[in-house]
Design a protein around this ligand. Structure first.
Ligand code: ASP
Ligand code: MG
Length: 819
């Protein structure tokens, strides 16, 4: 025998009811069945609204009544043949009249007791079972309408009644002995010992089904609903959630208690006691197997993952009860719990640290005010004596439960959980894990609920992990970066099980964004004019408001305004990768603010490309220092333009002609004075100096400008280029003088003992600097370990592709840290 329960959405219209008939026909081929039905979709809500309206004397209940009448009238018309229509319509009319009278009575008295409310609610299931049983008979089944008030005995907590199992079992067994056809039983409702109607709480039809199934000794209880089964997380919130084909009774209980709406939480228990499997099936998709809930079979190791699923609740408040006067005083907790229990306030979550200084509880939001009043009364004396210092209620929280039958005895689950949350900057307010170890529940701010669900789901339940990248700037570096991410994404997925998702790109005028990733092959056509204030902070606000997990901000601009936002980003736990030097080489104040924010945050800040583009300079320096080496000196050429000029000078060229050819080849800024001033070069040494731990500002770097004194006044680029020839002779002299000593000259920088100097210097022809070609950059590290033969990093120090490659590598470094 099987029990088939159909929820409100599975029978919401005549077409769905015909579909249900097909499902039942299929099932009775193999075995007898008991059918349990909910009210038609929305009817319970309408009844409740009508009851509440009537209770406050509001005639608006009548409108609801008309809607209810129409919903059922339509079904009768669509489903029932003329020959039977009158008969069923008569019964319904009588019942509707009764319902109308009750509501009228309530509205006159303006008093809605739980007892009246339960009676009003009972009509929903009575109507639906009536119509369906009539329809099934008409279609040739031996169906019979069965009112569960004859079968299920409860206490007198009318709207959320507890079932008296032994009394109910007797009634059900006796009934089941008689029963031959296809009973269509009203779900959700029962009767107290005094015969008054009660309900089993919202969604209680599932419970009716498992009670009947367990007493009647069913082989299976099928819960037909509108989703494919239990999911690894709520699929409405977490897109990648998937159906769990099998879960244990314990897991089903943990998940449904903590918010998964698939199954009424109480309904697991009766089935579990008898070892009857419950299957969750989708009436809209009956070919799908759904989820099977049963005892774990001996060899079953489930998915092999310690965590099976997540669920969350957010219509709760966290009540915190604290005071040093509670320490070592027995009875406080007992009074606290008893007080709440006496007033039927259910406790969802409890946590008390061993210091006994505070107890945290979560209760339903709707009961919060009542609880506050009750507890203030109960503990008035202790509060007055400051034995209990505070009783606070925190709203806007969410409780997330991480559930899995493999969690017991599996070390590292909570470590991994809290690490994941921490790296995403999600603050955990309270935690509880019972000794069955099957559920770790934690409380967070509700603002972080989605983010937490996503990152925890990904880290425990998916093999592939995501990082979300937001790019500032759409210029050369950004373009190359997008191309590299696009071309490499398949490999990253395969080899690293990682998805680098570009969720946004913006410049000062345009933007394109999509949390799930913009299309990298056509992002330019997706750019739309920004309609915010078009400031950098608008973009930062946008990124913060998305609150996505594993977020990295990538600065591909050269804007000081963007650099000024790093502290705010880091403080929001958003990591930053930058190709823009204006943060690390900006004012000392900004540099310090960034370091401070970085310290206080779990986010990362990487800027390898700030010195020498794609060349591994900052990482090399840090590896040396972190492994205990001492840096004696760093020398180098960190400007492609200046490198080129001196490499050509050494070959015998004329200074002004070389500058002109460099400008023609695009090796200089449009105004070559910007390169010749050495400012950009000096900034890179400033960064290296700060990296070494020195408190340096730009002014502290001694920097020789190659713009001759005589040409420093205001003049156009053209005029400057014309007049530059005046210094050609000077350079020729300097080179020949050096040559006489077996030396040569170069524009290079050096930092040692906190002093940085860049400018033209004489050096032996054997020095690696003298051996550079083209626009090559070079950094020479002289350290305790690399003393006689220094460590040299050499290569192109500029260019879109190599810079983007360095940025990409930084992104991946942060990604590996995050995931
Ligand atoms: N009709 C009731 C409700 O909506 C019971 C159920 O659907 O299970 O809560
Ligand atoms: Mg339901």
């Amino acid at each position: 025998m099987k029990v088939l329960k159909f929820g409100g959405t599975s029978i919401e219209n005549s077409e769905r009811i015909r579909n249900v008939l097909g499902i039942i026909r299929n099932a009775i081929k193999d075995s007898p069945v008991i059918i349990v039905v909910s009210a038609i979709r929305k009817v319970t809500d309408l009844l409740l609204e009508a009851a509440v309206a009537a209770g406050s004397g509001d005639a608006g209940y009548r409108e609801r009544l008309v809607t209810i009448e129409n919903i059922h009238g339509d079904l009768v018309r669509d489903l029932i043949d003329l020959s039977r229509r009158n008969e069923v319509q008569e019964v319904l009319t009588d019942e509707l009249k009764e319902l109308g009278d009750i509501l009228y009575g309530v509205s006159l008295l303006r008093d809605l007791s739980d007892r009246s409310k339960a009676l009003i609610l009972s009509f929903g299931e009575r109507f639906s079972a009536r119509i369906m049983s009539t329809f099934f008979c008409q279609e040739g089944l031996d169906a019979s309408y069965t009112d569960a008030r004859k079968l299920i005995v409860t206490d007198t907590n009318h709207c959320d009644a507890r079932v008296d199992m032994s009394a109910s079992s007797e009634l059900i067994s006796a009934w089941f002995k008689e029963e031959r056809g296809v009973p269509v039983v009203t779900g959700y409702i029962g009767a107290a010992h005094d015969g008054t109607a009660t309900t089993l709480g919202r969604g209680g039809s599932d419970y009716t089904a498992t009670i009947l199934g367990s007493v009647a000794g069913a082989d299976e209880i099928q819960i037909w609903t509108d989703v494919d089964g239990f999911f690894s997380a709520d699929p409405k919130r977490v897109k990648d959630a998937y159906v769990l084909p099998f879960i244990s009774y314990g897991e089903a209980m943990e998940l449904s208690h903590s918010g998964a709406k698939v199954l009424h939480p109480y309904s697991v228990h009766p089935a579990m006691k008898k070892g009857i499997p419950i299957t969750i099936r989708n009436s809209y998709n009956p070919d799908v197997e759904g989820t099977r809930i049963s005892a774990p079979e001996g060899s079953d190791t489930g998915s092999g993952k310690p965590v099976t699923g997540l669920s969350s609740i957010n219509d709760v408040v966290l009540l915190n009860f604290s005071g040093s006067g509670m320490v070592g005083v027995p009875g406080i907790a007992s009074r606290l719990f008893s007080c709440l229990a006496r007033h039927k306030i259910n406790i969802i979550f409890i946590s008390q640290a061993s210091s006994e200084q505070s107890i945290s509880l979560a209760i339903n939001l709707v009961q919060a005010e009542k609880a506050r009043l009750l507890l203030e009364q109960e503990f008035a004396a202790e509060l007055a004596a400051r034995q209990i210092e505070s009783l606070t209620f925190r709203k806007h929280i969410a409780i997330i439960a991480v559930v899995g039958k493999q969690m017991p005895g599996h070390p590292g689950v909570s470590a991994h959980l809290f690490e994941t949350l921490g790296k995403n900057g999600i603050n955990v307010i309270a935690v509880a894990q019972g000794a069955n170890e099957m559920n770790i529940s934690f409380v967070i701010d509700s603002h972080d609920e989605d983010k937490a669900l996503h990152c925890v789901h990904e880290s425990f339940l998916l093999s592939r992990r995501k990082v979300h990248v937001f790019i500032a700037g759409t210029g050369t570096i950004a373009k190359s970066l997008i191309g590299q991410i696009r071309d490499h994404s398949l490999t990253l997925r395969k080899e690293k099980e990682m998805d680098v998702v570009v969720s946004g790109m913006a410049n000062t005028r345009m933007h394109v964004s999509d949390d799930d990733g913009i299309d990298l092959s056509r992002w330019e056509s997706g750019l739309k004019p920004r309609n915010d204030g078009k400031t950098v902070s608008d973009y930062v606000d946008y990124i913060k408001s998305r609150n996505l997990h594993n977020t990295i901000f990538v600065d591909c601009t050269a804007s000081a305004e963007v650099a000024a936002c790093y502290p705010e980003l880091l403080a929001s736990n958003i990591s930053v990768v930058t190709a823009n030097k204006l943060g690390t080489a900006g004012s000392w104040e900004l540099y310090e603010t960034i370091s401070g924010a970085l310290h206080a945050s779990n986010a990362r800040f990487l800027y390898e490309t700030n010195v020498g583009a794609g060349l591994p300079i900052i990482n090399t320096l840090n590896d040396l220092r972190n492994s205990g080496d001492r840096i004696v000196r760093i020398e180098g050429v960190l400007s492609g333009t200046l490198s080129y000029i001196f490499n050509e000078l050494r070959k015998g060229g004329k200074f002004s002609e070389i500058v002109r050819s460099a400008r023609d080849a695009g090796y200089t800024e449009p105004d070559p004075r910007e390169d010749l001033s050495g400012a950009d070069f000096a900034r890179k040494f400033l960064i290296l100096g700060r990296e070494l731990g020195y408190r340096l500002d730009y002014e502290d770097i001694e920097c020789e400008s190659l713009v001759p004194e005589s040409l420093r006044g205001e003049m156009s680029v053209e005029e400057f280029m014309e007049r530059l020839g005046s210094i050609d002779a000077e350079y020729q002299t300097r080179i020949s003088e050096a040559a006489e000593k077996g030396m040569t000259i170069a524009y290079a920088g050096e930092i040692s003992e906190g002093k940085a100097r860049i400018g033209v210097k004489m050096l032996p022809v054997s020095n690696p600097v003298a051996g550079l070609n083209g626009t090559e950059n070079l950094v020479v590290f002289t350290t305790d370990r690399y003393l006689d033969t220094p460590l040299v990093v050499k290569g192109p120090g500029a260019g879109g592709e190599v810079t983007a490659g360095g940025v990409f590598a930084d992104i991946l470094r942060i990604a590996s840290y995050l995931i």
